[in-house]
Write a protein that binds this ligand. Structure first.
Ligand code: GRF
Length: 211
């Protein structure tokens, strides 16, 4: 079973979805850059090893990322799943884990990179919003896309109601994408996402739930 690590900064609901999905791999650590991240206790209660690499104790991003990489490699992590990990990673870190670093972003990328995506979607008046699991590259929120899920924007939506609808889909597509990468059915080759089986990828790659 391939060892993987989950990186969080807060609540950790995507981490929970990943751990509850019984992925074909072993979670060797949940690592947080914030000691107060609520997800740490949830993981520890279930016997998953947890670690803290507090970014505030490092003078620069490079030093933080170097220690984070050492922690990941120290526990034998081969795949790294960013799950609400609120730090921008340096190109050196991204390069070190190229093809082995996944992120979930709460928008249909390339629309609305960065923060406050639900506010931005409402302000733009889009009718479809959603979430994206992608391989991480050094450009923020823009790596090759593995799976997306779309949800409608409904009359009367607030950022919170829209976030809740998107989050439900995050919890479905992140485990699906992580499973496909852990199985080796999906990988990054020459900067593109390659699936072993086109039919599976067509089924999985875009999720539009019935309302
Ligand atoms: C999620 O919306 C995720 O897409 C974004 O940050 C949020 C983290 O939520 N990157 P949680 O910590 O997984 O509950």
């Amino acid at each position: 079973m391939k060892p993987y690590v989950i990186l969080i900064s807060g609540r950790g609901s995507n981490m929970q979805a990943l751990l509850q999905a019984r992925l074909p791999g072993q979670c060797v650590a949940v690592i947080s850059n914030r000691p107060e991240a609520a997800g740490l206790a949830w993981a520890a209660d279930r016997g998953v090893p947890t670690r803290i690499v507090d970014h505030r104790r490092f003078p620069a991003r490079e030093a933080f990322d170097a220690t984070l990489a050492e922690e990941i490699e120290g526990v034998g992590g081969e795949l790294v799943l960013l799950a609400g990990f609120m730090r921008i990673l340096t190109p050196g870190f991204v390069e070190r884990f190229a093809g082995r670093l996944l992120n979930i972003h709460p928008s249909l990328l390339p629309a609305f990179p960065g923060l406050n995506t639900h506010e931005a979607a409402l302000a733009a008046g889009v009718r479809l919003h959603g979430c994206t699991v992608h391989f991480v590259t050094s450009a923020l929120d823009s790596g090759p896309i593995i799976i997306q899920a779309a949800v409608p924007v409904l009359a009367g939506d607030t950022p919170d109601s829209l976030a809740a609808r998107v989050l439900q889909q995050e919890h479905i597509i992140y485990p699906q994408a992580a499973r496909a990468v852990l199985d080796g059915r999906c990988r990054l080759e020459s900067g593109r996402v390659v699936w072993d089986d086109d039919a599976t990828s067509a089924d999985l790659a875009l999720r539009v739930p019935a309302q």
